[in-house]
Design a binder for this molecule. Structure first.
Ligand code: ATP
Length: 253
């Protein structure tokens, strides 16, 4: 079952075509990579899928619904969450508060119920608290819930960002360079972690990553961009042996 269908999207900034005619299909529970040199258009593609930019041309379908031009928070509500290349956390808040806040999108109680603290609101608050603890356990941060977010090492901040994204209950999760700043051991653990969250939360994952061991080790399908153009698409084996990809990005080594 296709969950995301990117239908020939193009993004033009003045004279620059950051992305040209990108086509992508992502199935439920599939792990897909998006790679390419710096400036190839990867983040721009993420921004079009998540509603930050409206494509100049083309459409994006999520679960067969045309989501082109819809606002980012509406897209998150429909079930697409993302993390960012530059980590975006509430740095001065605790690890737990960071995840609690991320649940607000799914809150059913209104402002009045939250002020009066109706029984339903209290029940919902309890549920969100337990859900947040479970998420933090799943990302391996349960022993750090009271720590300030900016006290965490880089790799753990990235895991916290993923917990915040999962709190919005996505069906598709976009990860922008999740291994950036991680040491080799953390990168290896990340591969296992990505598979675990896919299985547990039954989500599809689309990830931008420069760390080739992570991409080749975890992705089932890979798209390669160069100057905004899709130069290859296929399995990790196909991509690794594709002369165009080797020339543009991987190099002969
Ligand atoms: P990196 O790996 O360095 O993050 P990337 O593949 O994500 O690169 P993008 O950030 O999508 O690449 O940029 C693609 C091209 O579009 C670049 O030439 C960039 O300068 C240009 N670009 C991106 N955003 C804008 C913008 N808002 N206005 C003008 N040009 C932009």
């Amino acid at each position: 079952m296709t969950i995301l269908n990117v239908d020939n999207i193009t993004m033009q900034f003045g004279g620059i075509k950051a992305v040209s005619d990108l086509k992508m299909e992502i199935n439920e529970r599939e792990i897909v990579g998006l790679i390419g040199p710096n400036g190839a258009g990867k983040t721009t593609a993420f921004n079009m899928i998540t509603g930050v930019y409206k494509p100049t041309l083309g459409n994006v379908y999520f679960n067969d619904k045309n989501i082109t031009g819809i606002k980012p928070h509406e897209i998150t509500k429909l079930g697409i969450a993302r993390t960012f290349q530059n980590i975006r956390l509430f740095k001065e808040l605790s690890v737990l508060d960071n995840v609690l806040i991320a649940n607000h999108l799914r809150l059913k109680s209104g402002i009045v119920a939250s002020i009066v603290k109706t029984p339903n609101y209290k029940k919902e608050e309890r549920h969100i608290y337990e859900k947040s603890l479970q998420l933090l356990e799943d990302v391996g941060l349960l022993d750090l819930i009271n720590e300030r977010a900016d006290n965490l090492p880089y790799g753990k901040q990235r895991r916290l960002e993923i917990a915040r994204a999962l709190a919005t209950e996505p069906k598709l999760l976009l990860l922008d360079e999740p291994a950036a700043g991680m040491n080799p051991q953390e990168s290896l653990e990340l591969m296992e972690f990505i598979r675990e969250i896919r299985d547990k939360y039954e989500i599809a994952i689309l990830m931008i990553e420069h760390h080739m061991q992570v991409i080749m080790g975890v992705c089932e399908k890979i798209y390669v961009l160069d100057y905004g153009i899709t130069i290859a698409e296929g399995s990790p084996e196909n991509i690794q042996n594709n002369p165009k990809v080797i020339e543009a990005y991987l190099g002969v080594d």
